[in-house]
Design a binder for this molecule. Structure first.
Ligand SMILES: Cc1ncc(COP(=O)(O)O)c(C=O)c1O
Length: 454
């Protein structure tokens, strides 16, 4: 069933007039073998467009390859209503050529036993953070992991006793709630306020919620799904409040590279207050930057050896050989690919902002500072279709889940329901914008047609 659905979607995309993929894929394979024969570095191996740019416009169809973004939603829509996967946070771009080539080189050696060392990966992590975020990290303070989850769960287990809580500035990544549940602890939300078109921290509320049972504060920088890139003064203020109330800061910076051109990312651990920094741990991965989530590599670090040691006691993860190869190649050779991908997504954000404001007057838009998400306010449409009154009788968890289903049936577009992101998510839907702009344009047209008719 799912295989057939994948084929149907492929023919749908072709019918929609998108460029065929076969040419790009074919040239990739040729480029790789030529480069190997010439001994060229992976970053130089693949032909690019005539102007030297990577091609993010050609649709790279990921459906039919066990891809969560495109192959999971259609299981709930056997009638073929699903057309566009704009939910799960992965990119639709073909990955950086240097990654595929490094993997191809490694698979020539048919040996898959235990790895001797991951030191090169750690060294590349240190370099990346130093060069790109001006953050000086000691290699001995980095713990490798196979996702953000294992490290954060270990931190929650370490710092939060039975009956204790994690404090979350919401709306925030739904995974934080699952992590807390896996660590067997509770969560409490401090809802951000939408002021002059930006989500702002409610410091009074945040401090009031730092009660004695709250032991960790999760900071998401940039914030998924609202797209905030937190400024130095905001992070310092949060950090000082946490320190004062004996709350450890867990800073999730997995989206730290995906920053709009007019913004600057500030690592929590580079704040100019040593006590604040030493009261924190940072969780990161290059998986969002290079679309390597399936390769299962991540890391966490602290500038306080004591903090790090406490979390390490509860953590164990093993990395896979191919994951290490892919991540090292991305760090070493992928910078130019990523810079171009990031600039492309920046333009896509602008295109969406312009489109929503011009063509979807009932939909609320908040300008993203970072991440490849956008958090749209559909509360007017939801009110028009009676989502609040309908959702229970349709067996849906929340009005936003009902609206998610409505949107698929009326436009083919699958979005994530805002209600999974905690307090403040009501009426909102998260859209993943990391696709060819041709796909995004079709998605916008389909959504506009649906919401403008009610
Ligand atoms: C803020 C945030 N943290 C963590 C994750 C998941 O990371 P991983 O798959 O590396 O555990 C995501 C994925 O979307 C995310 O957005």
């Amino acid at each position: 069933m799912s295989k057939n659905a994948g084929l149907n979607r492929r023919s749908f995309m072709k019918n929609a007039g998108f460029t065929a993929l076969a040419g790009a894929t074919g040239s990739l394979a040729v480029g790789a073998s030529q480069a190997n024969a010439q001994g060229g570095s992976p970053s130089q191996s693949y032909p690019r467009l005539a102007n030297g740019n990577y091609d993010f416009d050609t649709v790279y169809d990921r459906a039919g390859h066990n891809c969560a973004r495109w192959d999971s939603p259609p299981r709930n829509y056997p009638g073929g209503e699903f057309k566009f996967g704009m939910g799960v946070a992965s990119m639709d771009f073909e990955c950086a050529p240097c990654i595929t080539e490094a993997l191809m080189e490694r698979v020539q050696h048919h040996s898959w036993g235990y790895l001797a060392s991951t030191a090169e990966l750690t060294s590349e992590i240190v370099k990346w953070n130093g060069e790109h975020h001006n953050n000086d990290i000691d290699a001995s303070m980095v713990t490798l992991s196979d996702g953000v989850y294992p490290g954060m769960i270990a931190a929650m287990r370490s710092f939060v006793p039975r009956g204790g809580k994690a404090l979350i500035m919401s709306p925030a990544y739904s995974g934080f709630y699952s992590m807390a549940s896996a660590a067997n602890i509770e969560t409490v939300d401090s809802e951000m306020k939408l002021i002059n078109g930006r989500y702002e921290i409610d410091y009074e509320d945040l401090e009031a919620k730092m009660t004695s049972d709250v032991r960790v504060l999760i900071v998401c920088n940039p914030q998924n799904p609202t797209g905030n890139v937190w400024r130095e003064e905001e992070l310092l203020r949060i950090g000082r409040l946490a320190l004062e109330h004996g709350v450890v800061v867990l800073s999730d910076e997995i989206h730290s590279d995906v920053i709009r051109g007019d913004q600057k990312f500030t690592p929590f651990s580079a704040l100019p207050d040593r006590d604040v920094v030493n009261n924190s741990l940072t969780f990161n991965a290059i998986s969002k930057t290079f679309n390597l989530a399936g390769m299962k590599n991540a890391y966490y670090y602290s500038k306080s050896p004591t903090m790090l040691q406490r979390v390490n006691q509860y953590h164990r993860a093993e990395l896979s050989t191919l994951g290490v190869v892919a991540n090292v190649a991305a760090y070493k050779y992928g910078r130019e690919w990523f810079d171009q991908a990031n600039a492309y997504m920046d333009r896509t954000h602008t295109m969406i902002e312009d489109y929503v404001k011009a063509n979807m007057p009932s939909v609320g838009y908040v300008r993203n500072e970072g991440t490849y998400m956008t958090f749209l306010d559909f509360s007017q449409t939801m009110a028009s279709i009676g989502a609040d009154a309908q959702y229970e009788s349709h067996g849906k968890r929340t009005p936003e889940h009902y609206f998610q289903d409505w949107m698929v049936h009326n436009s083919g577009v699958y979005l994530n329901p805002g209600s999974v992101y905690g307090q403040g998510g009501a009426g909102r839907m998260r859209m993943n914008i990391a696709s060819s702009q041709a796909v995004v344009k079709d998605v916008l047209d389909a959504m506009a047609a649906a919401v403008n008719k009610v």
